[in-house]
Design a binder for this molecule. Structure first.
Ligand code: PLP
Length: 234
């Protein structure tokens, strides 16, 4: 069994080598460690090896881990990213406990996060999730509607629109992977052309990070390659 710290180093080495391979500036891609379904011990191990940003999908599970980490290891100053589907009646704890939200896909959610973000905290960083592959069941704003949504929410107080996020339909065809990520980058360029400055493309997971980095990802969200495969039955 490999150690989380070894996996973490291997993923970082892979990210840095891929930056070089595709002429991306060194350290221009951040690693978000997706810790959903794994316990606070796993997070602690990664954090003790220098990982600071953690992504979570399930609110209740995330809140328990955030509380635990803050009381047991307050010196670590971890950064928490919510990346799962958002129900509108669950926005308040998200606004109160996270640093980033990658999965905003409608105006109502953004307005609630803006209203509920405590004024004592730094602005909440937001990415709009785009349904890039047009899958019926997937969350995310449609590519046709994302520019209008960005314009609507970019002026809201206490939240800061940073960029776009997508989870494309899984495929092992690297050319297809790149096509989807290129599409997301082009949508982000359209928004920038409207005068909104963005600095984040949240794209790439364990099985498609190379394609994502090739197409301009600035944040890869990696779970399995760091923590191992998830056991949802447990
Ligand atoms: C689970 C998840 C990830 C991590 O996926 P891996 O394939 O385990 O790297 C990334 N992004 C989102 C939105 C996820 O739900």
């Amino acid at each position: 069994m490999s150690l989380i710290s070894d996996n973490l180093q291997a993923v970082l080495d892979d990210i840095w080598a891929t930056e070089q391979r595709f002429d991306r500036p060194s350290k221009s891609v951040r690693l978000l460690a997706v810790s959903k379904t794994f316990g606070a011990e796993a997070i602690l191990e990664a954090a003790q090896h220098g990982q600071t940003a953690f992504g979570e999908n399930y609110l209740q599970e995330a809140l328990e881990k955030i509380t635990l980490m803050q009381s047991n290891a307050p010196e670590l100053h971890l950064e928490w990213h919510f990346i799962g589907p958002i129900q509108s009646n669950k926005t308040k704890p998200i606004a109160e406990h996270f640093d980033w939200v990658h999965s905003v896909d409608r105006e109502k959610i953004a307005v609630r996060l803006s209203e509920q973000r405590p004024a004592t905290m730094a602005d909440l960083n937001i990415c709009l999730q785009v349904n890039i592959s047009g899958e019926e069941s997937k969350s995310g704003v449609s590519p046709e509607d994302v520019v209008a949504l960005a314009l609507k929410i970019s002026a809201l107080p206490r939240i800061r629109l940073r960029g776009l996020m997508a989870v494309p339909e899984p495929t092992s065809d690297v050319a297809q992977q790149r096509l989807a990520f290129r599409h997301l980058r082009e949508l982000s360029e359209k928004i920038v052309a409207q005068g909104i400055s963005l600095d984040t493309l949240s794209m790439g997971m364990s099985s498609d990070l190379h394609a994502a980095i090739a197409e301009g990802s600035t944040m890869v969200r990696i779970g399995t390659a760091i923590f191992g495969s998830r056991n949802y039955a447990k």
